[in-house]
Design a protein around this ligand. Structure first.
Ligand code: SF4
Length: 476
């Protein structure tokens, strides 16, 4: 009766220390988010405004896209349109080939993950270097992100040290990093000192910034009024990626548009506060036109977004600005980890996006929800995640993905609740379960009873007690 998510989560929860650390880390981010939110008296008004602006923009997308593209071209930017992931990968590859690019430095972009860009470029002999520190660690380890904002949060510093050592980064940059801290290399390595590791990564990435032929960024926002894109980072890696190489390629999902600066200000006030509990991201970079004698390209990617827009039940996922708050607050995500989900984006938004992408591959994630609604309450643009997950569950049977045992049990419950006589008899017989051995009830109900003790049924039901109470009252 276990879903794919439950099976993987079952493996994760065995690592009790890891689970506790994961849970505590994300809960602390949620607490920081609450503190930030409470410091802004108009917070709820901002959320409402952000929700309405997104609704307005995605329901008038064609006009805003035309305006954005026209303004970007007027600024000297080359604009491309990609219908799907294959088209997007081909467009990027063509641009890179035209410029004889051998190495690309990239700042974090979930869109490139969605489209499998890195694999496509590497297959064509192009060296791709992620420059967000967490993403770079994951790239060197050969594993995917487990969170959209803090992609390597589950990796320990000892694992980072081993990874850097395995790729020769400590050997090449360790001494310079230690000298810059006036520290002893041997001690810093033994302690897997986080500052030391960060400095090693900095020197390693600088080598790559200096030798890359192209810088790629995503886009947190595209401003239709001006044709510019806005990229928010905490490490300045987007700025490094775009300041040195002569070619800048922006990958942007078509839902990232906002109409103008006034609406951008609303999102800017919400994004970092809601995502990481910071008043703002350390760097907020606006890219409007190419640097002198350089080129800037923007690739606008649909890849299923137009279909989502036409989906009455799930169009609201297009409002999402990928702050990650729904993951931080989700009790299921916090205690089951990012890798328990089959889609590359985990948590509440990932459950919904995975189903929209390929329901046959990702229906197993629909069980990863207790319907507590916490994600809805923290979402800065008021996406109704839990309602959407609830709707998916109702659709699973029609998709032939309903669990046969759950289905049988639900049908049995329906019969019971539709027939008071059966219900009353079942209640009378229920205490029999109290004397059954636990191994029998555990096996019979499988994952539903894992980690739980079967509750004792009362000898008399509430109905019986109630009736007896009425009788007693009458007798008085
Ligand atoms: S409603 Fe579901 S997905 Fe949302 S926070 Fe609660 S458990 Fe997580």
């Amino acid at each position: 009766m276990s879903t794919s998510h439950a099976k993987k989560a079952n493996e994760f929860v065995k690592l009790t220390d890891v689970v506790d650390r994961h849970d505590a880390t994300f809960w602390s981010v949620r607490v920081k988010r609450d503190t930030m939110a409470h410091e802004v008296p108009e917070w709820e008004n901002l959320r409402e405004a952000a929700s309405l602006i997104k609704k307005h923009t995605v329901t008038h997308l064609a006009g805003y896209l035309e305006k954005f593209a026209a303004n970007a071209e007027r600024n000297g930017v080359k604009v491309h349109w990609a219908n799907d992931a294959d088209e997007y990968n081909a467009i990027v590859l063509d641009i890179l080939k035209d410029h004889g690019v051998k190495k690309v430095v990239k700042s974090k972009s979930m869109l490139t993950e969605e489209c499998g860009l890195n694999d496509s470029l590497i297959a064509h002999g192009i060296d791709v270097v992620e420059t967000d520190l967490g993403e770079r660690i994951l790239q060197l380890l050969g594993v995917p992100p487990s969170h959209i904002v803090m992609p390597a949060i589950h990796i320990t510093r000892e694992q980072v040290l081993e990874c850097f050592r395995g790729h020769g980064i400590i050997q090449k940059h360790g001494q310079v990093a230690a000298d810059s801290m006036h520290g002893d290399l041997k001690t810093l390595v033994e302690e897997a000192d986080p500052t030391f590791l960060t400095r090693c990564a900095r020197y390693h990435l600088r080598d790559n910034f200096m030798t890359a032929d192209c810088g790629m960024t995503g886009a947190n926002f595209g401003v239709a009024d001006t044709g510019e894109v806005v990229v928010c980072t905490n490490e300045g890696n987007a700025d490094m990626s775009t300041s040195i190489p002569p070619l800048h390629i922006v990958s942007m999902g078509i839902e990232k548009l906002v109409p103008d600066y006034e609406s951008l200000a609303v999102f800017q006030r919400l994004l970092a506060r809601n995502g990481t509990g910071q008043p703002t991201t350390v760097y907020t970079s606006h890219f409007r036109k190419p640097r002198p004698e350089c080129e800037m390209h923007i690739v606008l990617v649909d890849n299923g977004r137009s279909d989502i827009l036409g989906n009455e039940d799930h169009w609201q996922t297009l409002k999402c600005m990928r702050c990650g708050a729904c993951m931080n607050t989700c009790p299921v995500y916090r205690r089951s980890g990012g890798y328990s989900y089959s889609y590359f984006i985990p948590g509440p938004i990932g459950v919904n996006l995975g189903m929209l992408r390929n329901s046959d591959a990702h229906y197993g994630n629909c069980s990863a929800c207790s319907l507590c609604c916490s994600c809805d309450n923290v979402c800065p643009v008021k996406v109704d995640f839990s309602t959407q997950i609830y709707k998916w569950r109702q659709q699973l049977d029609g998709m032939h993905h309903a669990d046969p045992m759950k289905k049988t049990m639900s049908e049995g419950m329906k019969v019971m609740f539709d027939h008071p006589a059966i219900y009353t008899t079942a209640l009378r017989l229920a205490p029999v379960a109290n004397v059954l051995p636990s191994w029998l009830t555990g096996v019979a109900l499988g994952a539903w009873t894992y980690g739980h003790t079967m509750p004792k049924f009362a000898k008399k039901s509430f109905h019986q007690l109630w009736k007896e109470g009425l009788k007693d009252n009458k007798d008085e």
